[in-house]
Design a protein around this ligand. Structure first.
Ligand code: G16
Ligand code: MG
Length: 212
């Protein structure tokens, strides 16, 4: 049925959300901005600068574009330090086995992530070179819910969007898949929004879905 599967990275292949949270928390604390896990949930799949704009909803001063860039870069420095804690052990057995089984079925596999750190994260997980294509924050102009990141992934794979299945944990990502005319499976936090084609209780549920 499908020829390719495009995976979101954070929240699907791995769980870097706690590192994003810790890094943003540090910046928010420095600026005296209220920030909690609930606000952090709104940052899923959203680009770095857009994430900071959401955090700044609780900032009652004014901030220039230069300052915004400065703090977003500061967050990224903290985040990248935290990512160094990641290793191939952070890749679950289930994800590893499911990816291998999908590949055996002849499906192409790609990453469709908003993150500019996708390459580094894949390296930490021991997945460098594993995917047939990587579309991430470095090759897009518009971030999720715009479909660009997934459409580029399909293009890199030389597949039509309609032949690709997207797997996402974020509302912005599920909306992006829809906007790109792609079927999508929601996992984790993504299951709370009912716009997905499929609901995945487990990552390995993908194996049944691709059987059609
Ligand atoms: C991820 C995260 C977002 C993050 C974004 C940009 O997206 O879910 O919270 O803001 O990447 O990350 P960076 O600052 O590393 O460029 P995805 O699409 O992989 O879930
Ligand atoms: Mg995600």
């Amino acid at each position: 049925k499908y020829k390719a599967v495009i995976f979101d990275l954070d929240g699907v292949i791995c769980h870097t959300d706690r590192y994003h949270y810790q890094a943003w928390k540090q910046v928010a604390d420095d600026l005296g901005i209220y920030f909690d896990e609930e606000i952090n949930n709104r940052l899923r799949g959203v680009s770095r600068m857009e994430s900071f704009e959401i955090i700044l909803e609780n900032y009652y001063g004014s901030m220039s574009q230069e300052e915004k860039t400065f703090y977003a870069e500061k967050k990224n420095e903290v985040y990248k330090e935290l990512l160094k804690h990641m290793s191939p052990k952070d890749l679950s057995q289930e994800v590893k086995e499911t990816l291998a089984a999908l590949r055996l079925k002849g499906l192409k596999l790609a990453i469709g992530s908003s993150s500019k750190n996708a390459g580094f994260i894949l390296e930490r997980l021991g997945l460098s070179g594993y995917f047939d294509a990587i579309s991430d924050g470095n090759n897009i102009t518009y971030s999720k819910p715009d479909p660009e990141v997934f459409l580029k992934a399909a293009q890199f794979l030389s597949e039509a969007p309609i032949d690709c299945l997207v797997v996402e944990d974020a509302k912005a990502g599920l909306e992006a898949a829809k906007a790109g005319n792609m079927d999508c499976g929601a996992i984790g936090d993504g299951k709370t929004c009912n716009i997905a084609t499929y609901q995945l209780d487990r990552f390995s549920d993908l194996l049944e879905i691709v059987e059609g």
